[in-house]
Design a protein around this ligand. Sequence first.
Ligand code: ATP
Length: 401
Amino acid sequence: MSADSQGYEEVNYIKYLEQRVRELELEVGHLRGLIAKYKEDIEYYKSQIDKLLAPPLIEATFIQLLPDRRAIVKSSTGPTLIVHILDSVDISKLRPGTPVALNQRGSTIVDILPQREDPYVKAMEVVEKPKTRYIDIGGLNEQVKELREVVELPLRSPELFKAMGIEPPKGVLLYGPPGCGKTLLARAVAGESNATFIRLVASELAQKFIGEGARLVRELFSLARRKAPAIVLIDEIDAIGAKRLDVGTTGEREIHRTLTQLLAELDGFDPLDRVKVIATTNRIDILDPALLRPGRFDKLIEVPPPDLRGRVEIFKVHTRKMPLHKDVDLFILAVKTEGATGADIKAICTEAGLNAIRNGQRVVTMEDFDNAIARVLKKRFRPYTHTSSSSSKQRQSSLWM
Ligand code: ATP
């Protein structure tokens, strides 16, 4: 290669390098512009986050995830809302029932809150050793006797049943009008048997999210086995155990699934497992016969409203610790409270005591009781006017009298 042509190539190469330098300088300038813009964006988004996180936040419960980082939540202020989910919130941690914080406008989930309580524990009442005893029950002697045989005895001495080659009933159904002592009986039999008392209100099961009711039933029985000897009380079983007329809606199907799970659990455990199930209802007439089959709730015990003698006994229980004036006659009080339930009598005694306190007395007089009876029974026998649960119970109880 000649010296001329070599010089020519060098010049070209230098030109090329100069061109690259200019191009890269241009690119650097462009990138600097971009960096400045991105920095501005970062500041803007940070200020947005600060704004969204600024208190006061609204507490809500996560219900369901929707596409595009949106969700259905139930706000603690009442309404069910569709909201956005902030990018910094980890979607994988959102489960039905998770408490979340919404921004102050209630439009975005900005944080996941810690669970306040285990939802299972919240739905159940667990008492290791209830203090209630049979002496806390007025009347109902027959019912106590039956419960001792079918619940207390198998829990305390399962070997007696094994030796006889017989199986005690697995489940007991207590039925009768509200306020006449069904829950009290179950609590007392648990107390006297030194058993853990686990109570669940069936209407709680009926309100759960899809699949939650059945899961709760499973959890209930596994908890009972862990805590054995245990008595499981399912209050208001008609909420999940009513006859199936139609399982058309999602809610009805869900209740049906919960009932099926309950039946499967009942079928699955041994009658001498040291777990006894007691259910209560005010509406035995609407119960699904599947619940009453042998091996399920096959022992039925009626808990009727107290008769005259029963009312005297209930007055005795609830006035046991009250300083009574000598004019107080419990028999006359029982005569005057025809149609009253145990819960009414308890309310009457409390009201009479309050009356005495209001008047600055040291003892409770017959007049205090008379005023209390007028007040409590007037409220109790008031005609049914609206659909609150207590009123509907009131209406149901009148069907029994
Ligand atoms: P519900 O169907 O509304 O659950 P229930 O039949 O389970 O009603 P309980 O909850 O046991 O009624 O009764 C309510 C309260 O009334 C009891 O805590 C107790 O103080 C009082 N009571 C009811 N019956 C009796 C009774 N026989 N002896 C003493 N107290 C009673």
